[in-house]
Each structure stands twice: as structure tokens, then as C-alpha cells.
Design a protein around this ligand. Structure first.
Ligand code: KG4
Ligand code: ZN
Length: 338
């Protein structure tokens, strides 16, 4: 049987990405064009992001087809992430994907950006099967998602305030480090003592699977305000390790506890924070103690990319769960379907 190719687009935030996968999760191309133009503003400017997506998307699509050596008439379906994200940015990706699918007379498959992070694991780990528990940790999200099948899931825990990645970024700012703070704290923490300051771990009750990080941020601020700048400079690595431990410990403990209580044998990590080396190591260790396997995507697939969008679209393609032409993008968090 000839191969069925899915052409996928990702434009929910500040990265434009185009990928082509076959329905066996083989990646033929996964191009990512980032937007350094935001750096000078210290954050992402939504209007600028959507304009840059508009400028890039067609060229990136042409480059992806050329690099993969695949023609448009060989594509079986077009996939795109439609929520959550920056609404203007999402609309650029959706409009382009819709126009392409319509003109080629092939199905359009829309997916949730947050959940698509989870499906990056199917690319790296072909042996992965449902049911599994996914821990999605990114700049804007911290959620525990139980997947019964590849298209049926329930959210079993989430953050009540700040996301894990956001907490890394905000605490890094308090330490006078750059943006995004997660990778910088990760690197510094390797040479630091995680017990240097005992920052609080919230919602410790055994039956609580939600997360809360606003107290940690306040506690770091209160701690630092007792000392002068020299203290931060001298103890940067120890402070980074202590902050990192306070962010990670609840993520690992709650994931393993839920999986154990519900006889789930696989935990899947996803999202930008899944790139954290200590989180990966601790999850593997703690899960392993209970005979649970932890799956972690490769570094490139932890970040926003279109290969994960195509991967999330594959089960929908198999079940013919296509979107109609009236489908719209939405910036809202929370989802009832993949
Ligand atoms: O998934 P992502 O690219 O963006 C969203 O969709 O939100 O994740 C970005 C987040 C940022 O908060 C960044 O600080 C964090 O992932 N991050 C890390 C690491 N690499 C990226 N956090 C901790 N350790 C890392 N190595
Ligand atoms: Zn993301």
C-alpha cells in the first residue's frame, strides 16, 4: 500500500513550523522558524507574532515539501493546531491549512496544541500504547491527563494558578537571569544544592492532584528580599537548585501517585518543561520504583513544532475525525476533544 502523508502546521505562539509525517509516525521533515524579533521586548508581542507567521508560512511550507521530496498531490490530509494559543497566530495557521486542504480536496484535521505535545512521544517511542498518564508542563500549562485511548481522555489534575514553566521563568527573573528562565535554572541547578532553601511545596494532601505555584513565587521573593545582591550572586546555583526542586517534586510525586492508584503503567512527559534534565531523571527514578515506565520526548520535540501536530492528527485520521470548513481557532484553555 502506498504511504499516506500528513502535512502539519503549528503557529500557536511565536514559532512557525511545518512538518510532514506518514501515518506510521515517520518524520520526513520538521522545519521550525522562530521569531527572535520579540527578544528586544522581553516577551512575545501577539500582533508582531501573527504578522511574522503570515510572512513565513508559505515559504516554510514550500521548503518543507522540497526538503522531504514530496509533492502536494501526495498529501492525504492537512493538520493544524487551533487552540489554545495567541488567537491571531492560530488564525494564520488555520487559514493557510484550510485553504490548502480545500484546494487539494483532502481532509482538514484540527488538533489541540497542548495535547499535541503529548503525541510527540509516539514519534520517539513507537512502543508507547494507551492507557497512559500524561504530564503536560509548558510555559502556559500544567496538566495531568489520563488517556484511555488515543482519542479519549480526561484531565485529572491541573495548576490552580501559575504554570510550571511560567514559575521557572518568573523565579529566574527574580534571580536576575535571562528569558526563558527554565533552561538557565536547569543548567545552574546541576552544580547547586537543592536543600539550600526549603521552599514550599503546595497542596500536599494525598488525594489532591492539582498544583499551585503562586506561593512558591512569593516565598522566593520574600527570601531574596532579606539579603543583598551579593547573596544572590554567591548562591545562584544553590538558589536555582532549591527553586527547581520545589517546582519538580510535586509534578513527579503527584504523577506517580495517580498512576499507582489507577494501575497505569506508563507516564508520558510533554511540553517545554519536559526538557528539564532533573525532572526527567526524577520521574524515571520514582516511576521505576513502582514498575511504571516514564516516556520523555527528545529535546527538539519538547519545544513547539509541527511534527507533534501531525502525530496528534494520526489517530484522528485513522478514525476519520475530520473538521469541516467552518471550524474556527480559539485562544481558550481547556478542551473536550483532542
Ligand atoms: O511548550 P513550550 O515551548 O511553550 C508553551 O507552549 O508554553 O514551553 C516553554 C517553557 C518556558 O517556560 C521555558 O522556561 C520552559 O518551557 N523550559 C524549561 C526548560 N526548557 C524550556 N523549563 C525547565 N527546564 C528546561 N530545561
Ligand atoms: Zn507548546
Amino acid at each position: 500500500m502506498s504511504k499516506e502523508y500528513i502535512l502539519a502546521f503549528e503557529s500557536s505562539c511565536d514559532d512557525t513550523s511545518v512538518a510532514i509525517l506518514d501515518t506510521e509516525y515517520k518524520v520526513y521533515v520538521n522545519l521550525i522558524s522562530s521569531q527572535p524579533q520579540h527578544l528586544q521586548f522581553g516577551g512575545i508581542l501577539p500582533e508582531l507574532a501573527s504578522r511574522l507567521h503570515m510572512k513565513n508560512i508559505m515559504y516554510l511550507c514550500q521548503a518543507a515539501l522540497k526538503e522531504a521530496g514530496i509533492d502536494l498531490d501526495q498529501i492525504s490530509a492537512v493538520a493544524v493546531s487551533v487552540n489554545p494559543g495567541l488567537i491571531g497566530s492560530l488564525i494564520v495557521g488555520l487559514s493557510y491549512a484550510k485553504g490548502l486542504a480545500y484546494s487539494l480536496g483532502i481532509p482538514l484535521i484540527t488538533v489541540n496544541h497542548l495535547l499535541s505535545h503529548i503525541f510527540a512521544n509516539f514519534i520517539d517511542h513507537p512502543q508507547l500504547r494507551t492507557p497512559f498518564l500524561a504530564l503536560v508542563v509548558s510555559g502556559g500549562h500544567t496538566e495531568l491527563v489520563h488517556f484511555r485511548t488515543e482519542t479519549e481522555f480526561e484531565i485529572v489534575g491541573k495548576t490552580l494558578d501559575d504554570a510550571a514553566g511560567e514559575t521557572f521563568d518568573k523565579c529566574a527573573k527574580l534571580l536576575g537571569l535571562g528569558f526563558p528562565g527554565g533552561p538557565i535554572i536547569d543548567k545552574l541547578a546541576k552544580n547547586g544544592d537543592p536543600t539550600f532553601v526549603d521552599f514550599p511545596r503546595a497542596l500536599k494532601q494525598k488525594d489532591n492532584f492539582n498544583f499551585s505555584y503562586s506561593g512558591l513565587k512569593t516565598s522566593v521573593l520574600t527570601h531574596l528580599s532579606q539579603y543583598d545582591q551579593g547573596y544572590i550572586e554567591q548562591n545562584r546555583e544553590n538558589l536555582a537548585a532549591s527553586i527547581q526542586a520545589a517546582i519538580i517534586e510535586p509534578l513527579v510525586k503527584k504523577s506517580v501517585r495517580w498512576a499507582k492508584a489507577n494501575s497505569i503503567k506508563s507516564i508520558v512527559l510533554a511540553g517545554g518543561v519536559a526538557a528539564n534534565s532533573e525532572l526527567a531523571e526524577m520521574m524515571q527514578q520514582e516511576a521505576g520504583k513502582h514498575g511504571i515506565r516514564a516516556y520523555i520526548p527528545s529535546l527538539k520535540l519538547c519545544m513547539d513544532n509541527a511534527a507533534m501536530v501531525a502525530a496528534a492528527a494520526i489517530p484522528k485520521y485513522r478514525k476519520k475525525l475530520f473538521s469541516d470548513w467552518s471550524v474556527n481557532a480559539s485562544s481558550l484553555k481547556g478542551t473536550k476533544e483532542i
